[in-house]
Design a protein around this ligand. Structure first.
Ligand SMILES: Cc1cc2nc3c(=O)[nH]c(=O)nc-3n(C[C@H](O)[C@H](O)[C@H](O)COP(=O)(O)O)c2cc1C
Length: 358
């Protein structure tokens, strides 16, 4: 297989096997409405096989970052419609990463609302808010009834993303945010049907993905997971427990026929990821995580060895809107300016040069 060859993920037809990894850039202001700059940013990257948007909140209390976009209000839907139209006009494909921030937020970020999680356990660390850095608060442990509201909010968000013209959604079950908090034993000590056993910890993710697939069609739904990531105090130290939890999850998702499973793990070709891929039974999107930046060589090798169907690429896509052309032609790459990842404005966002203008 060739990184630059087309591929079909469920209902999504991709021109190549490079995906833009979801990348939070915090440029949607207080309203959470993607504006001109965000439209331009995604449109510039339309030659990537599949754009996965930055994590986007499905209800107000789930907002994790200042300037993060949402998919709650009519204005937010209208903003995303402009993004989708601009990407489609350039022949691209775009799905929305729907992200509930869970306990990784603060009232000074989410508009003074509750901070919620599976259990009342705070992250040991500080949140960056509109009023500076503050310790993460002890979250409200969602009641069983409120957990069902989360399922409803994901479903609505997916419907609104499709209404806005996006090609589908990716459910964010990774990186220590709400769904991952349910999966990980360190953040979930519930004693109802959503906690305790591996099957119970997997239950919310199964329900969310199933509800979203019912609402918009499984062929346009992906799921991102990051087992063993060990981030934001969502810890999964026991490999047997990880296999039991994610195995239970994927066994139940398998019959749905989702578009793809995206896995962030330091060893995409290793035993765990390949076992989870077998259990899932559908296309795998791989990403080796934050410790080293994805390289052309790594992406080519993963596809050539058939260890993945698609490679999600993060920081190189920030710095190279035309990354696919550069990689295909073995051209040099721009270096990402990391201090501007979360800065406001066009600098470090829409001003990276392309090889050929026009
Ligand atoms: C600035 C930045 C923002 C990110 N935002 C998200 C996000 O919103 N959702 C998500 O699942 N991962 C997010 N990630 C993780 C990336 O999707 C990706 O897994 C990571 O950058 C490693 O891939 P790379 O080496 O190709 O950059 C982010 C990473 C960076 C650097």
């Amino acid at each position: 297989m060739d990184l630059f060859s087309p591929v079909i993920l469920g209902d999504l037809e991709l021109a190549n096997r490079v995906a833009m990894a979801p990348l939070t850039r915090m440029r949607s202001g207080d309203s959470g409405v993607p504006g001109d700059l965000v439209v331009e940013h995604y449109a510039q990257r339309a030659s990537i096989g599949l754009i996965v948007t930055e994590g986007t909140y499905p209800n107000h209390e789930s907002q994790a970052f200042v300037g993060q976009p949402g998919i709650v209000t009519d204005e937010q839907v209208a903003g995303w419609r402009r993004v989708a139209e601009a990407v489609h006009a350039r022949g691209g494909r775009i799905v929305m990463q729907v992200m509930h921030g869970g306990r990784v937020t603060h009232p000074d970020t989410n508009g003074g609302r509750r901070v919620v999680a599976p259990s009342a356990i705070a992250i040991d660390g500080v949140a960056r808010t509109t009023t500076g850095k503050h310790p993460y608060p002890v979250p409200h442990a969602l009641t069983t009834e409120e957990v069902r509201d989360v399922v409803r909010d994901f479903r609505r968000a997916a419907e609104r993303a499709v209404e806005a013209g996006l090609d589908g959604v990716e459910i964010h079950g990774a990186n220590g945010y709400l769904l991952h908090e349910f999966l990980a034993p360190s953040s979930n000590v519930r004693d109802d049907e959503y906690g305790g056993s591996p099957e119970n910890r997997a239950r919310l993710v199964v329900e969310v993905v199933t509800a979203v697939a019912e609402a918009i069609g499984a062929g346009r739904v992906g799921l991102r997971i990051s087992p063993e990531h060990g981030i934001q105090d969502a810890l999964e130290p026991d490999r047997d427990d990880v296999l039991a939890t994610y195995g239970a999850l994927l066994d139940q998702l398998r019959p749905l026929g989702l578009a793809y499973l995206s896995v962030l793990h330091r060893e995409p070709a290793g035993e765990l990821v390949q076992e989870l891929r077998r259990r899932f039974g559908g296309p795998l999107m791989a990403n080796s995580g934050f410790s080293t930046v994805t390289t052309r060589q790594e992406a080519l090798a993963l596809i050539e060895a058939a260890h993945a169907d698609v490679v999600a690429v993060g920081r190189p896509v920030i710095a190279n809107p035309d990354l696919v052309e550069r990689w295909a032609g073995e051209h040099p790459e721009n270096e990402p300016r990391t201090h501007l990842f979360y800065a406001p404005g066009a600098e470090g966002y829409t001003d990276y040069p392309v090889l050929r203008a026009g």
